[in-house]
Design a protein around this ligand. Sequence first.
Ligand SMILES: Cc1cc2nc3c(=O)[nH]c(=O)nc-3n(C[C@H](O)[C@H](O)[C@H](O)COP(=O)(O)OP(=O)(O)OC[C@H]3O[C@@H](n4cnc5c(N)ncnc54)[C@H](O)[C@@H]3O)c2cc1C
Length: 261
Amino acid sequence: MKYLVCIKQVPKINKVSIDPITKNLIRDGIKTIINPADVNALTLALKLKSQTGGSIAVLTMGPPQAIDSVKECIAMGADEGYILSGHEFSGADTLATSYSLYKAIEYIGNFDVVLTGDRTLDGDTAQVGSEIAEFLNFNQATFIKDANFKDGYFQVVRKLSDKLEKQNLRGKVLFTVIKDANEPVNIRKKDMEMVDESKIKIIGSKDIGADLEKIGTKGSPTMVLETFSPKEHEKGFFLEGTNEKMVDKLIEILKNEGFAG
Ligand SMILES: Cc1cc2nc3c(=O)[nH]c(=O)nc-3n(C[C@H](O)[C@H](O)[C@H](O)COP(=O)(O)OP(=O)(O)OC[C@H]3O[C@@H](n4cnc5c(N)ncnc54)[C@H](O)[C@@H]3O)c2cc1C
């Protein structure tokens, strides 16, 4: 089977800083890492490849410096890497990002399984994976914690807010994988040094035949109008005691707040 994993290079930060004028994330001078959930997606792809055979390509849309992240992926076990690059892609919102990645995926090859992280550390919209699946017209399963290939089906475990859910899927599929889904492969310095850079290709909008009206700022229907820290809400409180006592207390509170006569 042919696997493709989408990885994004993100700033290594605990707290994001926003440019007050452009409303974009300030990325200059900040060390970058592969988005953690994407490392888990690649680790899952490696496990599935060990069960089905095949190959793994990784794809990132970003500046040419993203080569460091792609090299890391090859050191982890991916077979080849692609960097979709060009100034015409900048300013993309999630729709333009997903369209660009979809066009690149179709250009690179005929894939059976596409994996993404469920969300990124910086943009954190959790939209791109599902949007790519829609563009590709693939089946999709989100928030994947684990997956195995058995009897012609991908048997996946999804992590929902309060429970796990098992699903069987077949056909062409896209999985969005959660952070901490598995233990990522350890990369040794030696593995990085041995990466064959000829396995990494930089591709652009012309290669993938992208409609220039659908990429970058032009192709982005959303616009960031304002960014601000949310106001701190008053802390809630719990009522205690018997049901009767709690109801009496609640009525008293509502009366004091002007809700009851
Ligand atoms: C309205 C708006 C305007 C924006 N404007 C800008 C801007 O001007 N400049 C700017 O730098 N950013 C901008 N961004 C952020 C940037 O476009 C987003 O980071 C991008 O759309 C991906 O969204 P996300 O990080 O929320 O991805 P999520 O949906 O949280 O990511 C899910 C998964 O999709 C995959 N993925 C996401 N992005 C990529 C990628 N680039 N390459 C490969 N795989 C990927 C990864 O596997 C990732 O784990 C903007 C975002 C929005 C919403």
